[in-house]
Design a protein around this ligand. Sequence first.
Ligand code: ACO
Length: 318
Amino acid sequence: SRFTQILGTGSALPAKVVTNQDLERQVDTSDTWIRERTGIRQRHIAADDETCVDLAERAAQAALAAAGVSAAELDLIVVATTTPDQTFPSSACLLQERLDSHGCPAFDIQAVCTGFIYALAVAEKFIRTGSAERALVVGAETLSRIIDWTDRGTSVLFGDGAGAVVIGAADEPGIISTHLHADGAYRELLQVPAGIGNGGNGSPYMQMKGNEVFRVAVTTLGAIVDETLAANNMTRADIDWLVPHQANLRIIKATARKLDLAMEQVVVTVGEHGNTSAASIPLAFDQAVRDGRIQRGQIVLMEAFGGGFTWGSALLRY
Ligand code: ACO
């Protein structure tokens, strides 16, 4: 049968770094509070003229180069983003034009912080069913543009960035399984109220009930880990690497404890990147592939939780 393998990875961060000390000068917060509650020390923030698709393009070019695949060989482009450059065309179409790729399907997926897992799951099904041979999957965000920078409850948590993978058909896995979930009943715990369809009604900035999100995230991520292992008759000992969504170091540590993994087996970027939403997993994955931590043949578990709520996982042999 037919499977899907990750052929190459790439990522991009804005050059501008905002430290906790910088934020101390803007809102009533402290470096100590931010580090102790979240593990975040700094975040990268897009320049005024730097867009989400700019970051997506840099990450995509790096992933294509690493995979040895040209843009002309792509037959699917999926971009996970909550912060598209325009209402339309989709970020995937804007990226397609930048890459000089023509004719293949291109679309965006919106699942906030779980966006990359959703996009990978969808693209993987295109390949496994024979609808595509090679796909580009990107998570790209400029969350800084939907943050109220006077709100200390949210402004200290988020950053901008992009990560990408090129995936292709293979004779063996590759991607072993993906698991997706959502429950819109939780919509009010984490949201940007204003949108196009509701006539811009409500705040255009992120609203979050942080401690309630935290509680549900820890429980739900524990459950998705169990679901993923059970679906594949695997135990915790089979996992070489955890590449979690990077929202909060305390949430990451709780999931690592659940898996009985030493923190050395967990890829952690939240300290340097903050929460980059759909970009955080492919950014962390690319970093650990490029620095040689994640090796070919190893078993990697990715998991994410975000607005919606949405949550999901991907289990793969790299
Ligand atoms: N600096 C200083 N104090 C702060 C700050 C800040 N930046 N933010 C909040 N506080 C205060 C609060 O006002 C509160 O003060 P009070 O006790 O006087 O009322 C106190 O700190 C404790 O607030 P809590 O919200 O209870 O703190 P908690 O330990 O829960 O940490 C945090 C807050 C970091 C937001 C945590 O709840 C969290 O990480 N939640 C998950 C958030 C998350 O992951 N969101 C993204 C999900 S992914 C996505 O889809 C975007």
